[in-house]
Design a protein around this ligand. Structure first.
Ligand code: HEC
Ligand code: HEC
Length: 302
């Protein structure tokens, strides 16, 4: 063998070994991150918030996306399966033997829905708990009451989260923080908000947009979305925001209910129109009012 060939071969081999080691380290990093234990001090739910309402619970179950991912009866189902290494199954959350929530106590529901943490202390990876982190105590109780009325699944399915390697790298490096890393676990109890067409109520409804459109609704990459999703739109009225397109409530309603832009084109599949379309007129009008009241922000800043 020519000496230069041998040198190049050794160099390539070392580079390969180094890359392999780096890949293994990153894989280990992602594992370690997803298995980290997070302690939170849960506030006891006060009884004074009134009787939970199963109808309100059902409305939250649909509009907050639980039904969209976990199925209309909470039986669990595959959410993403792109055939290229990304597969996500939302587990059964209806009661009954074999369900991921068999044995859940009230505190376990609070921990997973408002903090993004499973009963064993490890974080959920895909479930967008930051969207429900600020649910009021009354809404949380109504949602949990509704979940308890779902029929047990005939064939319960377990959670599955398989991410493509580049996403694992991003996760290991902390570039793709999970919901638990983005939630302020020490935030005070969310105050009850009266239903009505008010900016305050709109802010409450808008919490369900923040997981994808960012904390300040200025859009950017969707942290838990597959790599081929377009960035979420900037929902502030800024010059590069899309809200000026939706000055009319009718146009906004058409987008949210039918997934159609004012020019008639269809919005991409990433926007969960199935669940957002179930928002009632009051919630949509309040949301529209709130979005229009936001200060303009440049796109992508979260
Ligand atoms: C975008 C899809 C998505 C949405 C929306 C969603 N989930 Fe999940 N959920 C998942 C996935 C995936 C898991 C598996 C854990 C993970 O994310 O790593 C999960 C896990 C769970 C678990 C089981 C945790 C455990 O103990 O293993 C519960 C309970 C749950 N979700 C309830 C809900 C409720 C209630 C809602 C609505 C407020 C909801 N989910 C909304 C996808 C979703
Ligand atoms: C699961 C992620 C997700 C959630 C939740 C979500 N969006 Fe989106 N949204 C997107 C993505 C991604 C796009 C860009 C889609 C495209 O360009 O095809 C988008 C686009 C939009 C647009 C731009 C429409 C246009 O004219 O192009 C508006 C307005 C919008 N979303 C409003 C909302 C509001 C309001 C909420 C909450 C009630 C919400 N979205 C919740 C992911 C989401």
């Amino acid at each position: 063998m020519k000496p230069w060939l041998r040198t190049t071969g050794v160099a390539l081999l070392s580079a390969g070994v180094l890359l392999g080691a780096a890949a293994a380290t990153l894989d280990w990093g992602a594992q370690a991150r997803s298995k980290r234990r997070i302690e939170v001090n849960l506030r006891p739910l006060p009884d004074a918030v009134g009787e939970p309402s199963p109808e309100r619970g059902r409305y939250l179950f649909v509009t907050r996306g639980c039904a969209g991912c976990h199925g209309n009866q909470g039986g669990g189902r595959p959410v993403v399966d792109d055939g290229q290494g990304m597969r996500v199954v939302a587990p059964t959350i209806a009661p009954g033997p074999g369900s991921s929530v068999a044995g859940y106590a009230a505190a376990d529901w609070d921990r997973v829905i408002r903090h993004g943490i499973k009963p064993d202390g490890t974080p959920v990876l895909i479930m967008p708990s930051e969207d429900t982190a600020r649910l009021t105590d009354a809404d949380l109780r109504s949602l949990v009451r509704h979940l308890g009325t779902l029929p047990p699944a005939a064939r319960p399915v377990a959670a599955e989260v398989r991410l493509p390697f580049p996403v694992c790298i991003a996760y290991a490096l902390g570039l793709m923080p999970d919901a638990a890393a983005r939630i302020d676990h020490a935030a005070p109890a969310p105050a009850p908000v009266d239903d009505g067409v008010s900016i305050e109520h709109g802010r409450y409804v808008a919490d369900l947009c923040r997981g994808c459109h960012g904390e300040h609704l200025s859009g950017g990459r969707v942290p838990s979305g597959p790599p081929d999703w377009p960035p979420a739109a900037n929902l502030t009225p800024g010059p590069d925001g899309l809200l000026p397109r939706y000055a009319s409530l009718d146009d906004f309603r058409r987008l949210m209910r039918q997934g159609r832009r004012p020019d008639g084109s269809a919005i991409g599949a990433a926007m969960p129109i199935g669940s957002l379309g179930a928002l009632n007129d009051t919630d949509l009008a309040a949301l529209h009012l709130y979005l229009r009241s936001l200060a303009p922000r440049a796109s992508g800043g979260g």
